[in-house]
Design a protein around this ligand. Structure first.
Ligand code: HEC
Length: 157
């Protein structure tokens, strides 16, 4: 019993101490995915879906929930954002070649079809990010159309 109490106190102290450490936040102002939007030209519906379900981890702007102020959630989230952006970043679309853009959209289609994205842990807390079959189809159709445009562009180069 005594040991249990001691452990609880150690845990509590560690929890309080870790609150003093904050990972840097991923936030941008203004139109951070401008080129991506102008090139792929999503409908308003698709644009909102991407913003609500993918941008938090795949753009330079994350909308943080209040509990992100609490460590270790903040660290967990920062890691996902870092890792997610490394694989795909809509805010840095201009740094991708036409071929890479096409390939990234191919991956978007695959991850949606396989139900891998958005990450499950994320949809537990982001009810809006759960895509319905209809919404998935809309996003996939937009991605396919954009792929066709990039493939055409690639042929012309
Ligand atoms: C909570 C953060 C998070 C959200 C939200 C999220 N992703 Fe991801 N995504 C990741 C992480 C982390 C990776 C890299 C590791 C992995 O593949 O699991 C990734 C990888 C990817 C990849 C690359 C896969 C590959 O094979 O390299 C694609 C494409 C992708 N995500 C698309 C999406 C799309 C589309 C959405 C929205 C419908 C979305 N993601 C939402 C975190 C997220």
């Amino acid at each position: 019993m005594k040991l249990l109490k001691k452990n609880a106190i150690i845990l509590l102290v560690a929890f309080v101490a870790i609150q003093f450490f904050r990972p840097s936040q991923n936030t941008s102002h203004g139109n951070h995915a401008k080129l991506f939007i102008s090139e792929t030209n999503p409908s308003q519906d698709v644009k909102v879906l991407l913003e609500q379900t993918c941008y938090d981890c795949h753009s330079n702007n994350t909308n943080y929930p209040w509990y992100n102020n609490v460590a270790p959630v903040s660290f967990w989230m920062a890691n996902h954002v870092k890792d997610g952006k490394k694989h795909l970043n809509f805010s840095e679309w201009e740094s991708y070649s036409t071929k890479k853009k096409d390939h990234k959209l191919e991956e978007v289609i695959e991850t949606l079809e396989e139900g891998k994205m958005p990450l499950k842990e994320y949809t537990w807390t982001h009810e809006k990010a759960k895509l319905t079959e209809k919404e998935k189809k809309l996003v996939i159709a937009w991605a396919k159309r954009s792929r066709a445009l990039y493939q055409l562009k690639n042929l012309q180069l």
